[in-house]
Ligand binder design. Structure first.
Ligand SMILES: *[C@@H]1O[C@H](CO)[C@@H](O)[C@H](O)[C@H]1NC(C)=O
Length: 367
C-alpha cells in the first residue's frame, strides 16, 4: 500500500512527497530488499539504484571482509585487495581551481573508500602550480579544468588511516608525471608517510613471495608504493611498477568477454617473475549505470578469465570505478572470492577456517 502525503509549504508553492511503504526500514533491510536510503539497510549495505538490473533502489553490499582477520600469516601476494581507479576523482571533494570539466570515477572521498575496505589507490600525480597535484591529463599536462587537489591532502588521509588502523596495509599505484626531482619523496615525507614505507629492497625481484603480512605489520612497513616512472626507483627509491606487477588492459580495450591480455607497459600476464597481478575492470568513461553492470557478474567472469591468462594466478588487485555500485554483492563479493581462492582454494573467504595455519575450507564450502 502506498500512502501519498501532501505537504504544503508556508508559501503559495506546494509540493508533494510520495512516501512508498517498504517491507523494511531503519536498518532492517537485507541484501536485495527495496530501500529509500542507506539508513534503511543493514550494516555493511547501502541503498543504490542499478537500472541495468532492477527498478528503484535496493540494498547492496558496500563493505569488504577483512581478509587479514581470517589469516595474516601469509605473504602479501597471497591476498586480494580492492582497488579504486582514479580514487581522487570523486564527487565529494570541493573545487580548488574554480572550474572542473572532467570525468569522475568514484563517489566518496579517499577516507571513506579506505574505511569501506579499499586497500589500493590509483592516483595520477603531476607538477602543477609549483606543487604536486592529483589531476586528469589533457595533452599530458594538468590544467585548472582537469585538476582535483594537492596530492598532500589525499596522502594525509592515507596517513590518518594507517595511523588509526595499525594492522592494515595500503598500496598506491601512481600514474606519475612528476618531473620535479624528489617532488614525490618530499610530499610523502610531508604527509608523514615515510614511517610506514615499505622499502624497494624488500620487494621480490624474480617471482618469489613477498614478506608475510604479519611481518610487514610488525615492522610497520605498511605503505607500498609503485610508480609508472622507471627512473624513480633508482633516484628516489620508489618501486617501478612493471618490475613487480602484471596488469591487463584497462578501459574499453580490456572489456571483451573471454579476453584478458596485458597492457603495453606490463609483462605478459603469465610472466611469473612478477609476483603481483592487477586486474582492471572498467570502461574508458565511468558512468554509474555501466559501473553497476561492470561490478557484478561480468567482474567475476573477468576474474575467472584472467586467472587462466595469468598462468593460473588469481588477481591480487582488482581495480574498478564507482566501487560501491553493483546489483548485489559487487566488488566485495568478488574480492571475497579472490581471497577465498588465494587463502584456501574456496570460492568465498568466509569458507576458510580462521586462524588455521594450513588453510582449509570449512564445512560451509559447498553451501
Ligand atoms: C570524507 O567524507 C566524510 C563524509 O562526508 C567526511 O566526514 C570527512 O570529513 C571527509 N574527509 C576528508 C578528509 O575530506
Amino acid at each position: 500500500m502506498e500512502h501519498p502525503r501532501i505537504l504544503f509549504s508556508g508559501s503559495l508553492i506546494s509540493f508533494a512527497v510520495i512516501t512508498a511503504t517498504f517491507a523494511c526500514s531503519n536498518g532492517q533491510c537485507k541484501l536485495g530488499d527495496e530501500c529509500s536510503s542507506d539508513a534503511d539497510c543493514q550494516t555493511g549495505l547501502s541503498c543504490f539504484s542499478c537500472s541495468e538490473a532492477f527498478d528503484g533502489l535496493r540494498c547492496i553490499r558496500s563493505t569488504t571482509t577483512n581478509q587479514f582477520e581470517f589469516m595474516n600469516s601469509l605473504p602479501f601476494n597471497r591476498y586480494a585487495y580492492l582497488t579504486t581507479h582514479n580514487s581522487f576523482a570523486n564527487e565529494v571533494e570541493p573545487l580548488h581551481t574554480g572550474i572542473r570539466l572532467t570525468f569522475l570515477n568514484q563517489e566518496d572521498n579517499v577516507t571513506q573508500q579506505l574505511n569501506n575496505g579499499v586497500r589500493a589507490l590509483m592516483l595520477d600525480t603531476y607538477d602543477f602550480k609549483g606543487d604536486i597535484w592529483l589531476c586528469h591529463s589533457f595533452g599530458g599536462r594538468c590544467h585548472d579544468f582537469t585538476a582535483f587537489w594537492l596530492a598532500i591532502d589525499t596522502l594525509k588521509e592515507v596517513e590518518a588511516f594507517l595511523s588509526a588502523n595499525p594492522s592494515e596495509i595500503v598500496t598506491l599505484f601512481l600514474e606519475d608525471y612528476v618531473e620535479t626531482p624528489n617532488g614525490l619523496s618530499k610530499v610523502f615525507k610531508d604527509a608523514g608517510l615515510m614511517k610506514y614505507w615499505f622499502p624497494v629492497s624488500s620487494m621480490p625481484q624474480n617471482g618469489q613471495d613477498w614478506p608475510l603480512v604479519k611481518d610487514m605489520v610488525a615492522r610497520n612497513q605498511r605503505f607500498v608504493v609503485f610508480t609508472s616512472a622507471k627512473s624513480k626507483q633508482e633516484s628516489e627509491g620508489i618501486a617501478y611498477q612493471w618490475n613487480y606487477v602484471v596488469e591487463n588492459h584497462y578501459g574499453d580495450v580490456g572489456e571483451h568477454p573471454g579476453e584478458c591480455s596485458n597492457r603495453g607497459e606490463s609483462a605478459p600476464l603469465d610472466d611469473k617473475s612478477k609476483s603481483l597481478v592487477l586486474i582492471n575492470h572498467f570502461h574508458s568513461i565511468a558512468l554509474k549505470v555501466m559501473a553497476c553492470e561492470d561490478n557484478s557478474a561480468s567482474l567475476i567472469s573477468m576474474l575467472d578469465t584472467c586467472y587462466g591468462r595469468a598462468g593460473n594466478r588469481w588477481a591480487n588487485f582488482v581495480a574498478v570505478d564507482y566501487y560501491k555500485r553493483s546489483d548485489g554483492g559487487g566488488v566485495f563479493q568478488a574480492v571475497d572470492k579472490l581471497n577465498g581462492q588465494l587463502l584456501c582454494c574456496c570460492d568465498d573467504v568466509h569458507s576458510c577456517v580462521p586462524g588455521s595455519s594450513t588453510a582449509t575450507c570449512s564445512a560451509t564450502k559447498d553451501q
